[in-house]
Design a protein around this ligand. Structure first.
Ligand SMILES: *[C@@H]1O[C@H](CO)[C@@H](O)[C@H](O)[C@H]1NC(C)=O
Ligand SMILES: *[C@@H]1O[C@H](CO)[C@@H](O)[C@H](O)[C@H]1NC(C)=O
Ligand SMILES: *[C@@H]1O[C@H](CO)[C@@H](O)[C@H](O)[C@H]1NC(C)=O
Length: 333
């Protein structure tokens, strides 16, 4: 009996220890608080995550999804299941991988929306996953990252299930993207440096028919791209890989507030602060409503907390990416 209790305590201790340890291999690190949100159950708000090349599930978007779900009742996520192979996997592998992501993502959205007709769907993607998310909405195909022949995949009709159940979509640092789109967020940080990501195409340009189909979602789509990110803004000055990796340190608060507003059907007052403000709504958790009353104090706190807690994660993401680079001049994705 004693030994059973001892064994139970030992197990509890081991579990408690695991709770504090993020999983970091393959990178980036993912905390257990994030993975606890993974679910295949019917939820009021369900996020789909398309991770970036060569990262583990759920990848860089984990902390953002937690921030979104912290502000919503009954919210969780599922990973879009696709290989996320980088160009290091071999010739043409990026294109093959992105095609699998585009088609698997549409299938997952469809089957979840059929199983859970009352759920509101949120689509997110980073890097290759950002391209995949845009492919899911607008259709994909053509040149990708160091490959020419991504197989064609169809767009998702905004007026039919599951397209009609998507309430928000967030894309960061997409590889295949188009210049001059209203859904590309104008970032103060890059504007003040005299550039806008709207001036540049991605590593590859998105086909006009795909851009047109993506635009059917423009009112619920936000695309984040730093003009200095060589992946999503080809030709921007002062390009640096760091600028491909800092979205989640800089914009999670802003992106989460916007998503919560879209998901709950609230007006989002863009001018109020960098993150905008939310009005009261029953689907927004009390903590978030209170927070919105003191937006700047809260975002300052969030900034402090974020920089304090994301240090390890940031370092891990950098070392993970840098380790994958044979030379700094050559980016593989
Ligand atoms: C492609 O990605 C999958 C899953 O991420 C991995 O198991 C596989 O080894 C990769 N393929 C190559 C050729 O690297
Ligand atoms: C972006 O791509 C389109 C289509 O290829 C091209 O017409 C346009 O000039 C490009 N814009 C920039 C800024 O490179
Ligand atoms: C939070 O951090 C961002 C990016 O560093 C900065 O632009 C913003 O002003 C900060 N917000 C506050 C309230 O300090």
């Amino acid at each position: 009996m004693k030994s059973i209790i001892a064994a139970a305590l030992l197990t509890a201790a081991v579990l408690a220890q695991d709770d504090n340890n993020p999983t970091c291999s393959p990178g980036p690190c993912v905390s257990p608080e994030v993975t606890a949100l993974e679910s295949s159950e019917c939820q009021q708000y369900h996020v789909f995550i398309a991770r970036g090349s060569d990262s583990g599930y759920p990848g860089h978007l984990g902390p953002l999804v937690k921030e979104i779900c912290d502000g919503l009742e009954d919210c969780g996520y599922e990973n879009i299941v696709y290989p996320a192979n980088s160009s290091y996997a071999g010739p043409g592998m990026w294109c093959k991988s992105a095609y699998i992501g585009a088609t698997a993502g549409q299938e997952q959205l469809k089957s979840y929306a059929e199983k859970c007709p009352d759920s509101k769907l949120i689509l997110t993607g980073f890097s290759q996953g950002g391209s995949v998310a845009l492919d899911i909405l607008g259709g994909g195909g053509g040149p990708g990252f160091h490959c020419e022949d991504q197989q064609d995949s169809p767009p998702l009709d905004r007026n039919e299930v599951p397209g009609s159940h998507i309430v928000a979509a967030l894309v960061f640092g997409a590889v295949v993207r188009a210049a001059d789109q209203e859904y590309t967020v104008e970032l103060e940080r890059t504007l003040s440096a005299g550039q806008s990501a709207r001036e540049f195409n991605g590593t590859q340009t998105r086909r006009p028919e795909s851009v047109e189909a993506v635009n059917a979602y423009a009112d619920i789509l936000r695309e984040y791209c730093n003009a200095k990110d060589p992946v999503c803004a080809k030709g921007g000055a002062d390009a640096s890989v760091d600028e491909h990796l800092n979205y989640f340190d800089l914009y999670n608060g802003d992106a989460a507030k916007w998503t919560i507003a879209k998901a709950t059907g609230q007006d989002f007052e863009e001018e109020e602060s960098s993150g905008g403000q939310l009005r009261g709504n029953d689907n927004i958790k009390e903590s978030s409503k209170t927070a919105s009353g003191t937006a700047s104090a809260t975002s300052m706190e969030q900034n402090a907390t974020e920089s304090a807690t994301s240090g390890a994660v940031t370092f891990a993401s950098f070392s993970w990416l840098l380790a994958a680079l044979p030379a700094l001049a050559c980016v593989a994705l």
